[in-house]
Design a protein around this ligand. Structure first.
Ligand code: CDP
Length: 323
């Protein structure tokens, strides 16, 4: 683990990783990456790497969890043992249980659960690489995966933290800022700014909390734009693929085309035979043009006679010699 930095913000007002106070880390989103999930999303938030998979609406197991009037939403956050610097003991622990609970609550209200009574919508998030802010990264991925699964929702949920370092408010804490800072406040919001998750670790004045919320709101808005764009790009790509598929010939069209092709081949073969026969006859026929003038015809006939006579000459000579 790295040591506590002397200063978090330099004289130019930049943070340790060169970001401005209100600048979030780079976000990359890929939608529909898992073939066996109903919806999925791979997301990078700075150095955080998470994978979210959504299954459902589907039957509830165990049955006693089922709700007669709505679907239940289940959320499982898991940190891979290799995702952190010091290997994490595999399996659930108090932290992952807490993160799973608050994340489920952050998403559940956005889902039209009443459309799917007695069923379950399962969200699984695996943290592959952790670098502070994994619960917010996981929520962003889960929200996109739910949309990818076609689950009816009121809107997307976008998440981003703010905190305090060197008595200054900053958005989207880095690892050192999270570990050694004065406060860490992960937030999740709906598109219209309704807060669905707010946790606080550390100390803030009411004023700082208000200002920080506005900073996080702007961060969430930026994340939302990236989520939305990723979904739009994914569906545009899918539409192109579907278009190609619809343009492909149907089975009937293929069969008809094959039949036509066969009959064309037969015609061609017959034609070839005819052409061959016609060709042989043509070779045998003397080349007399039908409309050729009489003189030309006569000349040709005379030429033929001369050839015949020339061929017969040796025979005559031989006969003569015998005599
Ligand atoms: O990840 P998030 O900020 O949502 O949760 P946290 O409990 O504040 O954890 C902050 C960071 O500590 C994580 O992102 C990890 O990088 C690190 N951590 C760790 O190294 N080992 C753990 N068992 C848990 C967290």
């Amino acid at each position: 683990m790295s040591d506590k930095p002397e200063k978090f913000i330099d004289e130019n007002g930049l943070r340790l990783d060169g970001r401005k106070l209100d600048q979030i880390r780079d976000v990359k989103i890929e939608v529909g990456v898992l073939a066996r999930a109903d919806g999925s999303c791979y997301l990078e938030f700075g150095n955080n790497k998470v994978m979210a998979a959504v299954y459902g609406p589907r039957e509830v197991h165990p049955r006693h969890q089922q709700e007669s009037t709505r679907a239940i939403v289940r959320y499982k956050y898991n940190m891979a043992s290799f995702s952190v610097e010091d290997r994490k003991r595999p399996g659930p622990d108090r932290r992952s249980t807490e993160v799973s609970k608050v994340s489920r609550e952050a998403l559940e209200d956005q889902v039209f659960t009443e459309y799917f009574p007695k069923s379950a919508i399962d969200v699984f998030v695996e943290v592959l690489q952790a670098d502070a802010g994994t619960r917010t990264a996981a929520l962003n991925a889960a929200s996109v995966a739910l949309a990818d699964a076609g689950i009816p929702m009121r809107g997307l949920v976008s998440a981003c933290a703010f905190g305090k370092v060197d008595d200054t408010l900053v958005v989207d804490l880095s690892k050192d800022e999270d570990n050694y800072g004065q406060a860490d406040v992960p937030i999740a919001m709906t598109q219209d700014g309704k807060i669905t998750l707010l946790q606080m670790d550390g100390h803030l004045t009411p004023e700082e909390l208000k200002t920080g919320l506005l900073m996080a709101q702007e961060g969430c808005r930026q994340v939302y734009e990236i989520q939305r764009q990723a979904l739009m790009d994914h569906y545009a790509k899918m539409q192109d693929t579907n278009k190609d598929e619809t343009e492909a010939p149907s089975v009937e069209e293929v069969v008809t085309a094959e039949e036509n092709k066969d009959s064309e081949d037969v015609t061609t073969e017959a034609e070839e035979v005819e052409e061959e026969v016609a060709g042989e006859t043509d070779e045998e026929k003397p080349e007399i043009k039908e409309n050729a003038p009489e003189e030309e015809k006569e000349e040709e006939e005379t030429d033929e006679k001369i050839v015949e006579e020339t061929v017969e000459e040796p025979d005559t000579e031989e006969d003569d010699s015998h005599e």
